[in-house]
Design a protein around this ligand. Structure first.
Ligand code: AMP
Ligand code: MN
Ligand code: MN
Ligand code: MN
Length: 292
């Protein structure tokens, strides 16, 4: 049996990805992905379109979202998987987060204006096809205008703490975000835990708070964290009784270095999050060791 490629984290034009939900599913299919979750930042509007395309291609599709959260004054991302996308509380809460995003975009443009960069809001909007303006859209515009050589360098120079286009922002509360996901019947997952750089004391505190809130999984394998971190997060997952999830965090060719369809391995001592989902479990029952 050919082991399926599972990708439970990626983005479309509904947030800061380059492909529309339909294009993204087609692209994932062309890269060999068989089980896909679309996880746009604070937005679930792409799910029906993506599901339709996935079904036309015979792929398994999982509803997803990546919620921006503030915990201990830090921004974290919580992925929600396999929820009812018609749940009112979830949809309404995400709308409120996006309103905050829009207000933040005005402040980012103001900061950039103070640094002599004019017209950044309109410029960022021109890169934002369907959803709310995020930092990537500013980065694309600033790179186009030659303020730095590429998106990554724009982040470094303008959009990270201490830089002119960085704005402190209060996102959703961790416990609330988990409760919206669970209330809609889904599983809450800490996205790319290796990105937060919190140290040996804070990580267990986060895991503890997340568990108390009802969180059930962490991304042990992510295109957004170094593979050398897998072992540490596999250990944490087992210590706290979390399921392990995995995903590319793909945004589009050129916009991020993460690729789709690359094989990454969930350590055999972890319980994959799809053990909770009979459809996928069936696909993977031969051996989950070499699935990603
Ligand atoms: P936002 O939610 O608008 O603050 O933007 C966060 C998004 O920006 C992340 O999901 C990534 O897609 C992207 N991002 C963050 N840091 C970087 C970086 N250093 N280089 C490229 N993209 C980044
Ligand atoms: Mn993003
Ligand atoms: Mn993220
Ligand atoms: Mn992401």
């Amino acid at each position: 049996m050919i082991t399926p490629i599972i990708d439970l984290h990626c983005h479309s034009t509904i947030s800061d990805g380059l492909f529309s939900p339909t294009e993204l599913v087609k692209y994932a299919h062309s890269k060999g992905v068989q089980v896909l979750a679309l996880t746009d930042h604070d937005d679930i509007d792409g799910l029906p379109q993506a599901r339709e395309q996935a079904s036309a291609l015979g792929m398994v599709f999982i509803n997803g979202v990546e919620i921006s959260v503030t915990w201990q004054k830090r921004t974290l991302h919580i992925v929600g998987l396999n929820f009812d996308h018609k749940n009112y509380t979830l949809a309404d809460s995400l709308t409120k987060i996006r309103e905050g995003r829009d207000a933040r975009a005005i402040k980012i443009a103001h900061g950039l204006g103070m640094a002599g960069i004019m017209g950044a809001l309109e410029g960022a909007r021109s890169y934002c096809k369907d959803g709310s303006v995020g930092r990537i859209h500013f980065a694309q515009y600033l790179a186009e205008k030659g303020h730095a050589k590429d998106v990554k360098s724009v982040f470094k120079k303008f959009l990270t703490p201490g830089k002119p286009g960085y704005v402190e922002h209060v996102w959703a509360d961790l416990t609330e975000a988990v409760s919206w996901i669970k209330g809609a019947g889904g599983v809450a997952v800490i996205a790319h835990p290796g990105r937060y750089d919190m140290g040996a004391k804070l990580y267990p505190r986060l895991m503890n708070d997340f568990k108390l809130a009802g969180g059930e999984a962490i991304e042990v394998v992510s295109g957004s964290q170094d593979p050398s971190q897998t072992e540490y997060f596999a250990k944490i997952a087992n210590e706290f009784g979390f399921f392990a999830s995995c995903g590319s965090d793909f945004h589009g060719p050129g916009i991020s270095f993460r690729q789709m369809g690359q094989k990454q391995i969930i350590p055999p001592n972890c319980k994959p999050v799809w053990e909770k989902w009979p459809d996928i479990k069936k696909l993977t029952q031969s051996n989950h060791k070499d699935i990603y």
